[in-house]
Write a protein that binds this ligand. Structure first.
Ligand SMILES: Nc1ncnc2c1ncn2[C@@H]1O[C@H](COP(=O)(O)OP(=O)(O)O)[C@@H](O)[C@H]1O
Ligand SMILES: [Mg+2]
Length: 296
């Protein structure tokens, strides 16, 4: 298969930012950050210096940079966290810095996926995030994508099926004692799924205690049963996986998920490895929705 033909474009998403329906001044006033007199002073400075409202308010010391960031995020309907929130990893760029170019890329990727799903009318929106080696960004992209889907109001479940080097519980700061490994071996039920309170519609099934037999566990029918149960409750299910070149785990997961997204890290992942993993995954009958080049 020609990898290049199957590339999910990550397009610049200035469209995401094009909506501009609420004024920063009224958001700040509603939040009690600015009073009527403050607003007059800001507008005066705005006019004499030709500044934007937020810049002028900052210049006058009436609001902090965090106040402005929050108000702008509100203006564009992007719930986000303030820096310094100890509980959730700063790797979640879409949550901490919704206007970072990386966050825009991830929202553009979300759009691409939604478009593909709506064009192909697939019933279940389940996606394994796969790549050949370690450190290529599977966990990073899976976590951030899960957040942007939930920001859109989609009921989103992120499953950490990297039972070898799990990371999602650290990114979202949830306990990892009971998770997928216990569910697959029949020792736990769906109560192992944790809702991430910071993002109302996002839930995480962490990997859980490391099992001695990850490959065998992931190839059990119980993974299929779990996914079937879950797709009645969630709109979107994303699954993090271990390196596909090293272990057959990703293949088992993709087989059950029915579809996968390939990641290739720029100047790191070999094209031949990407091609051979795509071949192996396609042999499972799964659909490869595209390849994303992760440049960082
Ligand atoms: N697009 C990106 N921008 C910035 N940092 C990234 C990006 N993708 C991955 N990283 C960082 O690279 C490191 C490895 O990523 P990770 O998702 O753990 O890889 P994998 O799951 O493929 O082993 C992490 O520290 C992660 O934060
Ligand atoms: Mg990982």
């Amino acid at each position: 298969m020609n990898v290049q033909e199957n590339v999910l474009p990550i397009e610049g998403s200035s469209r995401v930012l094009a909506r501009h329906d609420r004024r920063i001044g009224s958001i700040l006033a509603e939040e009690g950050k600015l009073g009527g007199e403050d607003i007059e002073r800001v507008m005066e400075l705005q006019q004499t210096e030709g500044l934007r409202f937020g810049e002028a308010a900052l210049r006058l010391g009436l609001i902090t940079a965090d106040d402005l960031r929050c108000a702008v995020a509100k203006q564009y309907d992007l719930p986000h966290l303030l820096p310094g929130n100890e509980s959730i990893s700063s790797e979640l760029v879409v949550a901490y810095e919704p206007f970072h170019p990386r966050a825009e890329e991830l929202r553009a990727l979300r759009t691409q996926l939604l478009m593909r799903w709506s064009n192909t009318k697939v019933g279940h929106r389940v996606l394994a995030i796969v790549s050949p080696g370690s450190g290529e960004g599977r966990s990073y992209v899976a976590a951030n994508l899960a957040v942007v889907f939930s920001q859109l109001g989609e009921r989103t479940l992120l499953i950490d099926a990297d039972l070898r080097t799990p990371r999602q519980h650290r990114i979202f700061n949830v306990p990892d004692r009971i998770g997928l490994s216990a569910v697959l071996s029949g020792r736990a039920d769906r109560s192992a799924i944790t809702q991430i309170l910071e993002f109302g519609r996002l839930s995480l099934l962490p990997a859980g205690a490391p099992p001695p037999n990850p490959q065998e566990l992931l190839s059990r029918p119980s993974l299929g049963v779990l996914l079937q149960e879950m797709w009645t409750e969630f709109d979107i299910i994303l699954i993090d996986t271990p390196p596909a070149k090293l272990y057959a785990d990703a293949q088992s997961v993709t087989f059950r998920a029915g579809s996968a997204m390939m990641l290739a890290r720029k100047d790191h992942t070999r094209l031949a490895d990407t091609a051979s993993v795509i071949r192996e995954l396609s042999d499972t009958g799964a659909r490869i929705v595209g390849t994303v080049f992760n440049a960082f």
